[in-house]
Design a protein around this ligand. Structure first.
Ligand SMILES: Cc1ncc(COP(=O)(O)O)c(C=O)c1O
Length: 310
């Protein structure tokens, strides 16, 4: 699929034409993966486009940057980046919503492994992007395997950050899953507890209770995860953060994945164990989530950052 290019990308304070948003091939982040990024979605709502959980995403970007000095020295705070995202959506005319990708990376100038002398750069891009795991997956669910790759450990690359280089781990697991005929992979932590998918958090439902791995088992602190936990509790479900082992997945009544890209995607099979079509708990939480992001749930309107198009 060709990239759904937009008009302009914001780089270090300037809006540049899409095709001119370039970096040098000796940009250190390209070589060592030392950078951080975010993935954010804007949706079409009755009041115009609105960005879902914009500030929490930009705050996480800053937290990630803090773990990787000197990325934290970029001179744009959350308020400044909020304005950039609004202006980009306007300039790119994304009335129907879009994906938003901020990234902070080491600018050209140094090539050693020491990042500290480098000057960080920042860019924000937006483009129109449909469902990540396929349109029908939101209803039909996906097939997931248990990866032979372990999720990066707490003392290797901090899972609390969202750093470019850690996605080697995710992409290796993703390729393994796709080559084995699955849609997605679940990774276990180094000590054998369920961590998460390659770009999604994971939830299982058993006897009406919803379980998700705690952050100390290595998943990213997903913003969709937190939103879905809130929705599920408001719907009256018990939501428990609890370490899970692989058999908890095989014995689940229902399972689903959450993430900005995957939204809330049901799992219909885990490593040969059939879970069946989207279950009733998954469906109820998913329905509320998908209408909340579109501005149709009054209780969650404060999760949306409206963007005026004029
Ligand atoms: C590894 C990983 N886990 C989980 C998530 C879901 O996080 P969020 O809901 O904040 O998009 C992502 C996506 O950013 C991710 O890359």
């Amino acid at each position: 699929m060709p990239f759904p290019a937009a008009e302009t990308i914001w780089m270090d304070g300037a809006f540049v034409p899409w095709d001119e948003a370039r970096v040098h091939v000796l940009t250190p982040t390209l070589h060592y993966g030392y950078g951080v990024f975010e993935g954010i979605r804007a949706y079409e709502t009755p009041e115009g486009p609105a960005v879902f959980q914009l500030r929490p995403h930009l705050e996480r970007l800053h937290r990630s940057a803090r773990l990787y000095p000197p990325l934290d020295t970029i001179p744009y705070d959350v308020d400044a980046l909020v304005e950039v995202v609004e202006e980009l959506i306007r300039r790119n005319g994304h009335t129907g919503g879009c994906y938003v990708r901020p990234t902070i990376f080491l600018g050209y100038g140094e090539i050693g492994l020491n990042p500290l002398p480098s000057t960080p750069s920042i860019a924000v891009a937006t483009w129109e992007w449909g469902s990540y795991l396929g349109e029908e997956s939101l209803e039909q669910g996906v097939r997931v395997m248990l990866s032979s790759y372990r999720r990066i450990g707490k003392n290797t690359i901090p899972p609390a950050g969202k750093a470019n280089g850690q996605y080697l781990n995710s992409s290796l697991a993703k390729v393994e899953a796709l080559r084995a005929g699955y849609d997605e992979a679940i990774m276990l932590s180094e000590d054998g507890f369920v961590a998460e998918g390659t770009g999604e958090n994971l939830f299982v439902v058993r006897d009406g209770t919803i379980y998700t791995p705690p952050l100390h088992d290595g998943p990213l602190a997903g913003i969709t995860r937190a939103s879905v936990m809130q929705i599920a509790r408001d719907l009256g479900f018990a939501v428990v953060e609890q370490s899970l082992v692989r058999t908890d997945l095989f014995l689940a009544d229902e399972m689903f994945l959450t993430g900005t890209a995957a939204e809330l995607t049901p799992v219909k099979e885990i490593a040969g164990y059939e879970l069946g079509p989207r279950g009733p708990v998954t469906e109820q939480v998913q329905r509320t989530f998908l209408s909340a992001v579109r501005g149709q749930e009054p209780d969650y309107l404060d999760w949306l950052h409206p963007v005026s198009m004029s």
